[in-house]
Design a protein around this ligand. Structure first.
Ligand code: GDP
Ligand code: MG
Length: 162
């Protein structure tokens, strides 16, 4: 079976946009409204001649209820069944309480985690993104899923972690 990369993070940070960037086509559903992806959605991807599965998830939120809780549970299953986790945060917003709660969940999973500072559309935001070191997940990869900035470096890092 192919190695599996799970993409998790808060709603609206650009997970589905990043998945589309990784698979090289617009298949994952991107919406301005948070919480569009409800389940775990797997896609086939390739990079440098290697094949892997990338799993898009709905937004993870702590202490979520009802529908949001079901979505968060799916994200946790995606983490548990992944070889590598790509944890996406919004560089324009910076680290939030929800991001910190997600980091705790990721630590419990003991999976290798790659931190992505998404929406790093320009160098000014890249400066801001360095503050995401505070999450304790090492160097954030500055990426603009929308424009493609930094996606090659991220994919190289994912391949190294697999
Ligand atoms: P998800 O809920 O985490 O899957 O987020 P989506 O991929 O659906 O994106 C949410 C919104 O953020 C959409 O309006 C995207 O166009 C926007 N977005 C995603 N990536 C970027 C990025 O790199 N830069 C900017 N400026 N917007 C982005
Ligand atoms: Mg999505």
């Amino acid at each position: 079976p192919q190695p599996v990369v799970a993409v998790v993070g808060r709603p609206n940070v650009g997970k589905s946009t990043l998945v589309n960037r990784i698979i090289g086509r617009r298949q994952a559903v991107v919406e301005d409204i948070p919480g569009v992806t409800r389940d775990r959605v797997p896609y086939d991807a390739q990079w440098n001649g290697r094949s892997f599965t990338v799993v898009d998830t709905g937004g993870w939120e702590p202490d979520a209820r009802d529908r949001a809780a079901a979505i968060a549970a799916q994200a946790e299953i995606a983490v548990a069944t992944a070889d590598v986790v790509v944890f996406v945060v919004d560089a324009m917003v910076g680290s939030t309480d929800v991001d910190e709660a997600a980091v705790k969940m990721l630590r419990r999973s003991a999976k290798p985690v790659i931190l992505v500072a998404n929406k790093t559309d320009n160098t000014a935001i890249e400066m801001e993104a360095t503050s995401l070191w505070s999450l304790g997940l090492g160097e954030p990869y500055p990426v603009s899923a929308l424009h493609g900035r930094g996606s090659g470096e991220l994919l190289d890092a994912i391949m190294d972690a697999l």
